[in-house]
Design a protein around this ligand. Structure first.
Ligand code: DGY
Length: 316
């Protein structure tokens, strides 16, 4: 019987025609249930949950090649227990995500949304030296929570704008420190010192609501919060209250706790710039993510080392 694979239908136009020669591909649209059957490989989007129920319907599944760097949609323990390999798409989306983080940072710091609203409402009365004064990046402090690949790429960009950097990380990042002068500090000190805090940790049980009411209270009054990581890293309700009370001066959010739901209060708040999870949304990056996910499947099927493994059970 020919090997069979399930691939997210939305990836088809980003991939080469016939991306897995010799493999029978079923294209699965987002929003439809994961088909059960004798499939060896699954290439899901980050919106598809792959848990025990889905695995139970896929008895011959050997690899889940997530088309995302985040793997919070996948039950890694269940995959490991079933001997299913899991891969993700690191590196290829670092620059696109870091660019979008800087775009949000600038948009919030320089109050784009309020400026655009003035024009949309026909309420702009002309240049006024007091109008919509924002935060100048040069000399301001950026706190990077999670200085992995994306956090460091954001830091390098912010350094080029003249920002001072501090960061949290389980391990020191000496090269990053040398390049940018960044200072590694505990989370509470990063929050206390920063004019802008940007989040770049993955969604794990240990990072769930990492930024909640006490952490927000520990930030400077008027500081800005940017999140392009995962929505559940912040307590969304606490962020809304801190914004409404004026303790947070603004937020730039690309990710939300219950996507695609975005709290209306954030969509409408003048100091909240919200985007529909666009971090990696460039043509080059989305093509590279799709290609990398499929390359992992090909490598598995050919008995080659996986390109970007996350879960590595013994090969059966
Ligand atoms: C990922 O790959 O996890 C990103 O959130 C997609 O933009």
């Amino acid at each position: 019987m020919a090997t069979r694979a399930l691939i997210a239908a939305e990836l088809q136009e980003l991939l080469e025609p016939d991306p897995l020669p010799g493999v029978g591909v079923t294209w699965v649209p987002a929003g439809s249930a994961t088909p059960a059957g004798s499939y060896a490989a699954l290439v899901p989007l980050l919106s598809r949950v792959v848990g025990r129920a889905e695995l139970a319907g896929l008895p011959r599944l050997r690899i889940v090649a997530n088309c995302a760097v985040g793997i919070d949609n996948i039950d890694l323990d269940a995959c490991a227990a079933r001997g299913v390999f899991v891969t993700n798409t690191p590196d290829v989306l670092t620059d696109a995500t870091a660019d979008l983080t800087l775009a949000l940072l600038l948009a919030v710091a320089r109050r784009f949304k309020e400026g655009q609203a003035l024009l949309e409402q026909g309420a702009w009365g002309g240049w006024d030296p007091r109008q919509l004064l924002g935060l100048e990046l040069k000399g301001a402090t950026l706190g990077i929570v999670g200085a992995g690949r994306i956090g460091q790429a954001v830091g390098r960009r912010a350094h080029a704008f003249g920002m001072r950097l501090c960061y949290t990380s389980r391990k020191p990042k000496p090269t990053f420190e040398l390049e940018t002068g960044a200072l590694r500090l505990p989370l509470n000190e990063v929050l206390e010192r920063s004019d802008v805090v940007t989040l770049h940790v993955p969604s794990f049980p240990t990072t769930h609501h990492l930024i909640g009411t006490p952490q927000l209270a520990g930030m400077r009054r008027g500081a800005l919060l940017i999140n392009t990581a995962r929505g559940d890293v912040v307590d969304e309700a606490a962020v809304v209250s801190a914004l409404q009370s004026g303790h947070l001066g603004g937020v730039g959010l690309d990710v939300f706790a219950r996507e695609p739901h975005v709290p209306d209060v954030l969509v409408r708040h003048p100091r909240a710039v919200v985007l529909p999870h666009l971090g990696s949304a460039t043509v080059r990056t989305r093509r590279a993510m799709a290609a990398l996910a499929v390359r992992n499947v090909r490598a598995y099927l050919d008995g080659e080392p996986l390109v970007s493994p996350v879960v590595m059970p013994a090969r059966g």
